[in-house]
Design a binder for this molecule. Structure first.
Ligand code: GTP
Ligand code: MG
Length: 452
């Protein structure tokens, strides 16, 4: 649940970083779950959300977080896939997250998606801390489960601490190369000016108390004003995923970042063919500490207040789009709300050309990321849309003049049954993959073969 009226909104904390650096495992440890183990190849494919109540935070953080010091209801964590950047983690043109944790594998150091995450945070002006993860893999490390970092650090051998220090200073140096003044978090006075680095292990929980203390302190001290909003007004959110749910049909998983949503509200949702105007049938809330992405049990509730992850069941949601805005109408002018949703959808359109390939992706975020990757490789796009491969896509792709453009690139999508036969009968080649750079590489290999 969000705060009481006049209380504070739950801060939204995005967890970003390179693939396999430990984002999901870190959240698993905090919420006491095993989401990472259930993922195919331990790769996160969709953005998720988990509400972690203040009790859980203070329990994990031990002496470092005294719950009576805080009037924040807890933290809403957003997990992101590390294999491509999520530029659509946004709200009303701004950033969805209030603060962020950039997870860096202490041995691997900075990697492409680390830098991409930092660039996004810099562009959106989002304050963040760096979690220098996997300290338990430092040669000679003696784990002390759940202890604050300085306590466990003091118990290590000189050779282990000097190896860890070396890696930590490399990370601090890399941050400085990216234009951030950074230091180990206990030396940082003002977290809005300097980036704090928190050494930790998602497996042994060492240093996690420190991370939670820093996040709570940062939110409470520097974001109190931002959190003191009316959490009972008409809600605004971002769609994470569109999913069929037994007994409800198509539903949307939403991060509500402002106001509230009620079980009898009229809503406007960004869809494949423009705004969808519908009425909430049910609000399904994941339990505290549950990841909405994998949760199977939901509580039916009458109202949810920001910030929260919530599954919304309503008629007509089949064409809703992941990454699109959702708005509550309630006492506002319906037309104005529709205009607002339309304007936001227009902002995320991918620019296309007269000649090029057809791109299909599962969310607006991945479509945008695909478009960026293709632009970097100078591959022109004829049409780019969210959704599964349909007969119409085959028809469009087959009109391309050049053989190398009679192609559909599908990211994380299925081929509709009636499109399969059309694909077989046409000259159109389909490439599908769930890793963007592999998809681009496969296509580039195909072009080389044709041009040879
Ligand atoms: P993507 O979602 O694919 O971007 O990856 P991720 O950042 O969520 O990484 P994930 O949590 O799935 O962890 C990747 C691998 O690293 C898993 O095998 C984890 O068990 C392992 N791992 C994560 N954190 C730690 C840690 O602190 N110590 C050790 N030893 N292994 C870790
Ligand atoms: Mg993950």
């Amino acid at each position: 649940d969000g705060a009481e009226p006049g209380g504070l909104r739950t801060p939204i904390v995005a967890v970003l970083g390179h693939v396999d650096h430990g984002k999901t495992t870190l959240l698993d440890t905090i919420r006491g779950s095993a989401v990472s183990e259930g993922e195919a190849g331990a790769i996160t494919q969709h953005i998720g959300a988990t509400a972690v109540p203040l009790d859980t935070v203070s329990e994990m953080a031990g002496d470092l977080v005294d719950p009576t010091d805080f009037d924040l209801p807890g933290l809403l964590f957003i997990d992101t896939p590390g294999h491509h950047s999520f530029t659509t983690l946004r709200s009303r043109g701004g950033a969805l997250a209030d603060i962020a944790v950039v997870v860096v594998d202490v041995n691997d150091g900075f990697q492409p998606q680390t830098i991409e995450a930092l660039e996004i945070l810099q562009r959106t002006g989002t304050p963040f801390v760096v979690a220098a993860n996997k300290i338990d893999t430092t040669p000679g490390w003696n784990p002390n489960d759940g202890l604050p970092i300085q306590t466990t650090y003091e118990k290590q051998s000189d050779s282990a601490t000097s190896r860890l220090d070396e890696n930590l200073y490399e990370i601090i140096g890399d941050l400085s190369d990216e234009g951030f003044s950074a230091d180990l978090y206990w030396r940082v006075q003002n977290f809005t000016k300097n980036v704090g680095v928190v050494p930790l292990s998602a497996i042994t929980s060492e240093g996690i108390p420190d991370l939670l203390a820093v996040l709570m302190g940062l939110s409470q001290r520097y974001m109190k004003e931002q959190m003191a909003v009316d959490v009972t007004g008409p809600g605004a959110g971002t769609v994470l995923e569109v999913k069929d749910e037994r007994g409800f049909g198509a539903t949307v998983d939403v991060v509500l970042y402002d106001g509230s949503i009620r079980a009898d509200d009229e809503i406007v949702v960004g869809g494949l063919d423009g705004p969808i105007i519908t009425e909430v049938r049910a609000l399904l809330q994941p339990r505290p500490n549950a990841e909405i992405r994998v949760e199977k049990r939901f509580d039916k509730v009458d109202e949810v207040r920001a910030a929260a992850g919530i599954k919304v069941a309503a008629p007509e949601l089949d064409d809703a789009m992941a990454g699109a805005p959702i708005r509550v109408v309630r006492d506002q002018n319906r037309e104005a709300v529709i205009d607002e949703v339309e304007a936001e959808l227009a902002e995320i359109q991918v620019s296309t050309e007269e000649e090029g390939v057809v791109v299909k992706a599962d969310t607006l975020g991945s479509l945008e990321a695909m478009a960026n990757a293709l632009r970097e490789s100078e591959i022109p796009i004829l049409r780019a849309e969210v959704g599964d491969v349909a007969p119409r896509d085959v028809a469009v792709a087959s009109t391309a003049n050049e053989e190398t453009h009679r192609v559909i690139l599908g990211f994380n999508v299925d081929v509709l049954q009636n499109a399969e036969s059309e694909l077989e009968e046409s000259e159109v080649r389909l490439f599908d993959d769930d890793v963007i750079y592999q998809l681009v590489e496969e296509y580039e290999g195909y072009v080389e073969e044709i041009e040879r």
